[in-house]
Design a protein around this ligand. Structure first.
Ligand code: C5P
Length: 402
């Protein structure tokens, strides 16, 4: 189930021109199953109408402490108490300053002062206002008090100016919200998870390479689901056409050798490794400096050498739960069982390579160290990712200390 499901999120909207982008955030959170209570400051209402947020969240929008519906009147603090999270987006310099000084002269600042839920501030403002010492000091104060602050992005601003101050995309903010909710409520909070994804590319010359059909979709779904369950995630990925997920450490690699180094570095601190990448088993023995020419030749023979088995060669380490994938075209369960033992894994995920590579749906069978086999239904890679992580969580405790 989504980490957003049945969560109460207070979304504070302030008067920055980026307020219009937050309508999309409100829609995404609501669609994800959250109950979104929007509080708009007076300035925000100059830029976006209350009706927009009302329609998108299906709930009343709050603005003024003194004009709440009657049943909210005595308990306007209820918003603060019931919230699982408060998000202020866009957070203006003015609102950040008022929160930093503990002011509570409107509904939003009162809610922030009265809540014990995690608070995420997403500043968006003019470049100079963001860089101003006062704003930076206020942000440092808020961070020091345990608030999360998502850095603005650099780029063109509403006024003819380029710099740091833009509101991140709604998808990025949603990722941050999911991650923070996971860190408070998720089954993997406190765990460090490394996921590999996609295919490796083994260069032949400066232009050409050997690779395979892996799209990276399954690995990205696993990394995102682990993040939503509260884990600190490192996603090590071969080149893909997918959007980099937010709120995790992303390590792009190309070759199997690069992936091995990245996995070894990330695993020294990890609790769980999920090796989903389709690592090329072979690489050209030598890489040509220049583009290979076809002139005067009828064919070309490439000498290939074995790549290291990243998962198999990873030194056994207490406190590291290792999960592999077996993408097979025949004898799926026998081959998967053999890999589980050979690579000393705690669990392996078997699937049919041709039916699942680059597809959005997948059917997998989980085999664990004790020989227990669980077949999951054919479902989306996102649903499968959650089911795999749930299976990992239930098997973790004998191997990983808390
Ligand atoms: O050895 P095989 O490719 O059949 O096993 C698949 C599993 O091993 C996957 O989890 C894959 O990520 C991992 N693997 C690896 N290094 C390789 C080849 C595969 O870690 N060179």
């Amino acid at each position: 189930m989504s980490i957003l499901n049945n969560r109460r999120i207070v979304l504070g909207v302030c008067g920055s021109i980026a307020a219009y982008k937050v309508a999309e955030l409100a829609r995404r959170l609501t669609q994800g199953g959250a109950q979104v209570d929007v509080i708009m400051t007076e300035a925000a209402q100059q830029l976006v109408g209350k009706a927009t947020f009302q329609a998108l969240t299906g709930r009343p929008v709050f603005d003024d402490m003194w004009s709440l519906p009657e049943h909210h009147m005595v308990e306007h603090i209820a918003l603060a108490v019931q919230a699982h999270m408060v998000v202020i987006a866009p957070a203006t310099a003015n609102t950040l300053a008022r929160i930093a000084t503990g002011m509570c002269d409107d509904l939003l600042t009162t809610t922030v002062l009265a809540t014990t839920a995690p608070v995420l501030c997403v500043p968006a403002m003019n470049v100079q206002m963001y860089a101003a010492a006062a704003t930076q000091e206020n942000i440092a104060i808020l961070r020091g008090r345990g608030f999360s602050v998502l850095e603005p992005e650099e780029g063109p601003m509403a006024e003819p100016m380029v710099g740091k101050g833009r509101l991140p995309e709604p998808e990025t903010i949603e990722g941050e919200i999911r991650s923070l909710l996971g860190k408070h409520h998720g089954a993997l909070r406190g765990r460090r998870v490394v996921v590999t994804a996609g295919a490796t590319r083994e260069p032949i010359d400066p232009i050409r390479f050997i690779s395979n059909r892996s799209s990276g979709m399954m690995g990205y779904a696993l990394a995102t689901a682990a993040r939503d369950m509260g884990a600190d995630v490192t996603l090590i990925s071969g080149p893909t056409s997918l959007k980099t997920p937010s709120a995790m450490t992303f390590v792009p690699v190309e070759t199997a050798l690069e992936m091995r180094d990245a996995v070894e570095a990330a695993c020294s601190q990890a609790h769980i490794l999920i090796m989903n990448a389709a690592v090329a088993d072979f690489r050209p023995e030598s890489v040509h400096d220049q583009k290979i020419k076809k002139n005067g030749t009828d064919g070309l023979t490439l000498n290939l050498v074995r790549n290291p088995d990243i998962l198999g060669e990873l030194a056994y380490r207490h406190n590291l739960f290792k999960v592999g994938f077996a993408a097979e075209t025949e004898n799926m369960l026998e081959n998967a069982q053999d890999k589980l033992e050979r690579k000393e894994l705690h669990m392996i995920v078997a699937n049919h390579a041709v039916a699942t590579m680059a597809q959005s749906m997948i059917q997998v069978t989980l085999i664990d160290r004790n020989g227990a086999t669980t077949s999951l239904p054919q479902q989306s890679k996102q649903q499968t990712a959650i089911a795999i992580l749930d299976a990992i969580v239930t098997r973790l405790s004998p191997y990983i200390s808390t």
